[in-house]
Design a protein. Structure first.
Lengths: 507, 408
């Protein structure tokens, strides 16, 4: 074997009308973690899909283990020694975990699947990666983060020389990330290589040996991770200096309370309990907490998507009941959901339809849809939010994540909300688009609207919020009111409060 | 990049108009000259020429909306062929049939095909709503039967020997028709309720309702004194709804059936509902991503109810047309209509996974099946072979349609 286990040489990939990859090269050494970075749409995923046989490159060469190869299917890639953890998980929910792992290569005796062997193999595999799950439990009963770890175990089970991890930590908690890093370290010491795609700078700097950066379908370069800093990476990713990750906030929230929530308790016993908070005009209220803190459940209940057992909500001082989305909209609330794909985007509908769906009634004259008006409004608001799309007739699924998110924000801004609730608004979105979304938020509060923002990204939570409410296991554990002195330590302390208490009790 | 040639839409449309005019001119010349053995080919040519020219005119005046340039390249031609594969195949089939049996080239044949398509089209338009929300409606056919039986049972002539209601006075024609359609809508409501309230899969919900409808219809049909006798002696003012013909010239022209304008009006109404009302937009949204529709504040419950109610209204109306056309009814009316309607929709590009479907596609789908049936009958191919060919068409059409969406 040469110096590299994998060499991708001048890979070019064309899509109708776009050069997705323009002579991109990537060289991965054995036994290293190689980070691949770039804004959304920079071509990272496309490059990996060429390696994994999902796309076929239009030019260039892939050399794996010293031999030139032509990867035409994922099956071939797996057999060759490349496995991939996909960004989006698609477990078969009603089948056991072990069948999800060994699908397509079930252990067999003669023609029958050997369930016992499969069970034992899975058990062994889980032991290797420190997972304590019963292999026969149904995949659908596991949480998203556990499934992510199962997916990682599955990639390990192929015994691949190269493992591609595409945003593996997007749904993991901090402890689980540590767990993942331990697994990665073990794999590395076994001489395997990992191609690690992530937007999270801190992770990249911590775990990777080398970093390759891409921009607009081209190579920017490869550097040892030790030589890089967050600012340097961002700088090279966007090709310009981003001195400020957050735009300057010029306005102050007023004292007028627009939303008051009292003793808010979910109908589901394991969800949020006794939540009390106030939201003021022109304020950005951040909600911090770990996965499982029930933050999403709380805002979805406020928006009428989940049922509530008790509690009162006051909007501008009057009590309101919002037990479905239409009532919430009538009270001028808007919610940008966490799961963009599952609950936000209409993939096969046009950008136009996606933009106007939440306030269609506004574009009707005597019950008849006025297409001209819809088009004009959608065009205007997409332009305002700087949505990059060839035209409004394009199917939504063809837009990048950041642009989809901007369309969804446009959709909700068109409903003219007083209170915009954003649930992880910048998850999986590139740095440039993030900045634009922050600007939109500040513009809103400057115009006297209010924003509630759930964020698991600490810098974003600290950088954007006027106040921070922290939740832990369904309860509000504290508020951080002093914007000048927000502390990450304090948020983490509040976010893990009950876990620690329990740990102390147990000890 | 393949070589590409961009032509302005103006010159493209003028070319199309000229082609249309030339075809029409050829037709006129042939009409003037003796043309024995060619049947109505000249008149058909004039009609085709006129349609092509009209299409060109639309391109000419619609250039603002459609974009000002058209690019021609190997790729766009391939794309065009894939898009229109079904229609192109149909044209080839028609030409072949015309060679085998020149008497196929008659204006009468064209109107026969349109007439036969009309009731089917009404059913297909009813079912398309449930298909677009990624569901289906198996109860369509049985509702056709229910509506036919109810309407005819109250619309028999006073002197008919075997009346369903021997003592019933001669009702205004409106009442039985409304009653029949209303009965269907009740079951449509039940369909929608089962789907919306319990989240039942439409396949199961409508399967259950289909069975109930057939049972109810048979019970009604079996009431004394009728005792499951086919209903006859239907009043002529009712059969007029299905049998009236306009522009009849004895021995020259068979006339245009009233069914054709009826179907055309319904097409327009349904097109309007799907494209110009928020309800229609919501139907597409629910088919595209139901969860996202809920979050966007679409009233999913009500929309699903209406989807099935509108469907049942159209099935009911389809039953009226069938009963009027055939001047009678039994509880077996409408058997299997739902599968034909689903097939026509799917061949016309309506996606079973939801969110996709156009009226023009559905019309094409229905026409394709009628042309095949009529044409194959015309050249004397056995009904058994017709079934085989029909099946192949469904599979091939959907395969071609799906390949459009495949990305590589």
């Amino acid at each position: 074997m040469g110096e590299y286990v994998l060499e991708m040489k001048e890979i070019t990939k064309l899509f109708p009308g776009v050069v997705a990859l323009d002579k991109v090269s990537l060289n991965v050494r054995p036994g290293t973690v190689h980070a691949l970075m770039g804004e959304n749409g920079a071509g990272k995923s496309t490059l990996m899909k060429c390696l994994f046989g999902i796309y076929q490159e239009d030019g260039g060469e892939i050399v794996f283990d010293g031999k030139p190869v032509k990867v035409t299917s994922s099956k071939q890639a797996l057999e060759m020694g490349v496995s991939m953890i996909h960004q989006e998980l698609h477990p078969i929910r009603f089948r056991p975990v072990m069948e999800n792992i060994w699908l397509g290569r079930f252990p067999k005796t003669l023609f029958a699947v050997n369930h016992k062997a499969m069970y034992n193999k899975t058990k062994e595999l889980f032991k290797q990666v420190d997972l304590d799950i019963d292999p026969s439990v149904l995949a659908g009963t596991l949480s998203a983060s556990t499934l992510q770890l199962v997916e990682i175990a599955k990639a390990v089970s192929y015994n691949s020389k190269v493992i591609i991890m595409d945003e593996p930590t997007s749904s993991l908690t901090e402890t689980e990330v540590e767990h993942l890093f331990a697994i990665i370290n073990r794999l590395r010491s076994e001489g395997r290589s990992i191609i690690y795609i992530s937007h999270k700078m801190e992770e990249i700097l911590k775990i990777s040996d080398e970093v390759s950066i891409m921009r607009d379908g081209k190579n920017v370069g490869t550097w040892p991770a030790a030589e890089l800093t967050t600012d340097l990476i961002i700088n090279r990713m966007v090709g310009r200096d981003l001195t400020n990750r957050f735009p300057e906030k010029t306005t102050q929230p007023s004292n007028e309370v627009v939303l008051k929530v009292e003793n808010y308790t979910a109908a589901s016993p394991r969800s949020f309990k006794n939540v009390n908070f106030e939201l003021r005009r022109g304020e950005i209220l951040g909600i911090g907490g770990l996965v499982g803190a029930q933050r999403t459940e709380l805002v979805e209940a406020l928006f009428g998507l989940r049922s509530v057992a008790s509690g009162v909500v006051y909007k501008n001082g009057t009590q309101v009941k919002m037990d479905n989305v239409r009532k919430a909209k009538r009270n001028h609330l808007a919610l940008l959901t966490e799961e963009r794909r599952a609950t936000g985007v209409f993939g096969i509908l046009s950008v136009l339809e996606n933009t106007v769906i939440a306030n269609q009634k506004e574009y009707t004259t005597a019950g008849v849809v006025n297409n001209h008006k819809r088009y004009k409004v959608a065009q205007e608001s997409c332009k305002q939010l700087n949505v990059k799309t060839p035209n409004l007739e394009v199917h939504m699924e063809n837009l990048s994540g950041g642009n989809q998110q901007k369309v969804l924000i446009a959709r909700w801004l068109l409903t003219n909300p007083d209170i915009l609730i954003l649930d992880e608004p910048t998850r999986g979105i590139d740095v440039g688009a993030k900045y634009e979304i922050y600007t939109i938020m500040l513009d809103l509060v400057a115009r006297g609207k209010s924003v509630i923002m759930i964020s698991s990204e600490m810098p974003e939570l600290l950088g954007m919020s006027d106040r921070i409410m922290v939740m832990c296991e369904g309860r509000v554990t504290g508020f951080l009111n002093d914007k000048e002195n927000f502390s990450q330590v304090e948020v983490m302390r509040l976010a893990t409060q009950f876990g620690q208490q329990q740990a102390e009790v147990q000890a | 990049m393949t070589s590409e040639k961009v032509i302005s839409r103006k010159s493209f449309s003028i070319a199309i108009i000229l082609i249309g005019l030339v075809i029409a001119a050829v037709g006129i010349v042939m009409q003037v000259l003796p043309h024995e053995g060619l049947y109505d080919l000249p008149i058909l040519l004039i009609m085709i020429g006129a349609i092509v020219a009209l299409f060109g005119l639309r391109q000419f005046f619609g250039s603002k909306k459609l974009g000002s340039g058209i690019s021609f390249s190997g790729k766009s031609v391939l794309q065009f062929v894939a898009d229109k594969a079904i229609i192109l195949a149909l044209l080839v089939l028609v030409v072949v049939i015309c060679f085998l049996q020149p008497s196929f080239m008659q204006v009468r044949v064209v109107f026969d095909i349109l007439t036969q398509s009309s009731p089917k089209l009404v059913i297909a338009l009813g079912i398309c709503f449930s298909l677009i929300i990624a569901g289906t409606d198996l109860s369509a056919g049985r509702m056709v039967g229910l509506s036919a039986v109810i309407a005819t049972s109250m619309l028999q002539t006073a002197d008919y020997g075997n009346r369903f209601f021997p003592d019933m006075p001669q009702l205004s024609i409106i009442i039985p028709i409304v009653a029949a359609i209303f009965a269907c809508m009740l079951f449509g409501l039940l369909n929608g309720f089962l789907v919306a309230q319990f989240g039942m899969h439409p396949f199961i919900a409508t399967l259950a309702v289909q069975t109930i409808v057939y049972g109810v219809c048979s019970l009604y049909f079996d009431m004394a004194p009728n005792n499951s006798q086919p209903i006859g002696g239907v009043r002529p003012d009712f059969t007029a709804i299905g049998q009236t013909k306009f522009f009849v010239v004895p021995k020259v022209f068979n006339g245009v059936s009233i069914l054709i304008p009826i179907a055309a009006v319904i097409c327009f109404v349904i097109w309007f509902i799907l494209n110009k009302t928020t309800f229609g937009k919501n139907v597409y949204a629910i088919g595209g991503n139901k969860e996202a529709a809920v979050v966007s504040g679409v009233n999913v419950y009500a929309t699903i109810l209406f989807v099935f109610i509108i469907g049942s209204l159209l099935y009911g109306f389809g039953g009226i047309l069938e009963a009027a056309r055939t001047a009678g009814a039994t509880n077996q009316y409408g058997l299997g209509y739902e599968t034909d309607a689903i097939a026509a929709c799917v061949v016309g590009g309506v996606s079973m996974t939801g969110g996709v479907g156009k009226i023009s596609g559905i019309i094409t789908g229905v026409l394709i099946f009628t042309v095949i049936q009529y044409g194959l009958q015309f050249v004397g191919i056995s009904p058994m072979w017709q079934q085989v060919i029909k099946g192949i068409i469904i599979a091939a059409a959907v395969a071609i349609d799906l390949s459009k969406y495949k990305k590589k």
